[in-house]
Ligand binder design. Structure first.
Ligand code: CDP
Ligand code: CDP
Length: 211
């Protein structure tokens, strides 16, 4: 069984993907980490993010085993990820490793922006996880304050909300694999749902789609 989970930044898709993977004993791939990995290397080496050729070479040589979530979950890596992820050749270079993960024997859970539309269009279960921009900003804000990346002030929150809106516009507005709800996906709006409630809703959808 392939479970495809897509949605905008901080909608809770990663949390659900992890929970579903644990529930079914399936491997999980957070595909955002792949784009964050490319963005991180570009930033660390001082390459301009609009250099498609360099970003594509980095993508072609990326190794899943090298992706360290701790270093990649930062604000600047997310921002850089969304810039390099808009380059068609970068996305193309990353398709095979994602499809190989999705189609491994026994199945897999993947989360990202284009899993149900591009990476695994034949997935048995497709979820589109969303929440209001304000709620997503609140969630991301709590994480960043907790890690000491930003200050717990109204200006800090305004900054995170602006980032979320900018990322939404970039991810939805790009020509290459924009964030779209797959025709056969079930949308779950988690704005008013806690993690347990969101998990119960997601599990019900996957159970209904299971062969
Ligand atoms: O956790 P968050 O939703 O903030 O971001 P992420 O899932 O780690 O993804 C970071 C960026 O990578 C996104 O803003 C997208 O631009 C890009 N991405 C993508 O284009 N396609 C994917 N399948 C996953 C991520
Ligand atoms: O993967 P994505 O960026 O979509 O989001 P996430 O990393 O799963 O969730 C972002 C934050 O929101 C995490 O700190 C979750 O614990 C929190 N969250 C929440 O408060 N309520 C939910 N229903 C889902 C996630």
């Amino acid at each position: 069984m392939i479970v495809a989970i897509d949605g905008p930044a901080a909608s809770g898709k990663g949390t659900l993907a992890k929970r579903l993977a644990a529930h079914y004993g399936l491997p999980h791939l957070d595909t955002g980490l792949i784009y964050r990995g490319v963005g991180r290397i570009m930033v660390d080496r001082g390459f301009p993010l609009d250099n498609v050729e360099i970003a594509t070479t980095i993508a072609e040589n990326l190794d899943l085993a090298d992706l360290d979530p701790e270093r990649l979950r930062t604000k600047d890596a997310g921002e850089a990820a969304s810039v390099v992820a808009a380059h068609g050749p970068v996305r193309k270079a990353l398709i095979d490793l994602q499809r190989a993960f999705a189609t491994q024997a026994g199945g897999a859970v993947l989360d990202g922006r284009d899993i149900g539309t591009v990476i695994a269009p034949d997935a048995e279960a497709k979820l589109f996880i969303t929440a209001s921009a304000e709620e997503r900003a609140r969630r991301r804000f709590r994480e960043l304050v907790g890690r000491g990346e930003i200050t717990d002030t109204p200006a800090g929150f305004a900054d995170v909300l602006a980032d979320i809106l900018k990322r939404d516009a970039r991810d939805s507005g790009r020509a290459a694999a924009p964030l779209l709800v797959a025709a056969d996906a079930v949308t779950i709006d988690t704005t008013a749902l806690g993690i347990e409630e969101a998990f119960a809703a997601a599990l019900a959808v996957v159970e209904a789609r299971r062969r």
